[in-house]
Design a binder for this molecule. Sequence first.
Ligand SMILES: C[S@@+](CC[C@H](N)C(=O)[O-])C[C@H]1O[C@@H](n2cnc3c(N)ncnc32)[C@H](O)[C@@H]1O
Length: 339
Amino acid sequence: MTRKKNFEKQLYSDEDGLRFATPWPVAAYRAKRLKCSSLADISCGIGGQTVYFARQCEIVYAIEISPTKLELAKKNCKLFGLDNVEFICGDALSQDVIDQIPEVDIVFSDPARAAAEKERDIDNLTPHIPNVLAAYCGKTSNFAFEAPPQLPPERIPFDCELEYLSLNGELNRLDLYFGKLKTCSRSAMALPGAVKLYPKSESLKETDMNSTSKPGKYLYEPDPAVIKAELLPELVAEMHNQNVELFKIDDKRLMLTSNNAVEHPMIKNTYRIVFNAEFIPENINKELKKRGYGKVLLRTEVDPAKYWDIRNRLERNLKGDRKVNLFSKGITSYICEKI
Ligand SMILES: C[S@@+](CC[C@H](N)C(=O)[O-])C[C@H]1O[C@@H](n2cnc3c(N)ncnc32)[C@H](O)[C@@H]1O
């Protein structure tokens, strides 16, 4: 038995079951959203998600192609004191398995994916999403899938809601909701607080945000689920009275800025700009020494081969634990304290 902080109880697992099992705050949230009478979890693994479905639904059908994993899912359901799960071992796409599933409210699948891929591809999930939709269309029209969260909206070719989930400020999951489960085109969900953002108007675009190349006194790092769901304009719109502007460091790093400190649950980190300077490590080091800072977190892209040389030049003879974060845009560096 192995225990990881992401699980409420020590789940029974084989070598890789826990690695693919859903962290419990995500599983619990998802089960609440999908609460219904009857649900089929058609690629259940060791049952990390199944146990939470079984807490919310009257009956759950748990299907798994691996007999070992299905046995572990049974043990995990028992561990949670659940007796409303029917277990079926087999290929969820086989006629034999499909015939064993009655009409249900919802079919859910968290498909298997390659451990490592250069670029995530929705076509590389097993069972394949279009095949599941076709195989189970006689059982329900309400489907939910888990997909790799690295996939941007334009690479999901289905008419569904794309819900990007973060857990403790890190991008964690992407859920796709079909049929009556779809409530909007894209959404961002920050867990464990369960803060949701969705488009109030489908027409808001990045170009609708005021953008600046000179930041105000504060920099904000949005929750990564907001960035992935392409909902930054919505976040700015929610903060509209506060003169928040987009401060685009580069295509990968989109930050917000304002002159007054603004709070929003979809802001992951807030920084106060202490000073800005051209990126000359010795000059920045002098300024940091004067101001009593001891450590520099480099939040800018540097050649990995030069990383330690730059860090050492920035931190030479600094003392103490007071930290700054260093962001750069063009030739200017913004030296910030996290607040
Ligand atoms: C990502 S894991 C599921 C993890 C699970 N949701 C959890 O939280 O523990 C995907 C599982 O799908 C199973 N699987 C893959 N293809 C399948 C198929 N055609 N039928 C049934 N199960 C399948 C794999 O064996 C694997 O255990």
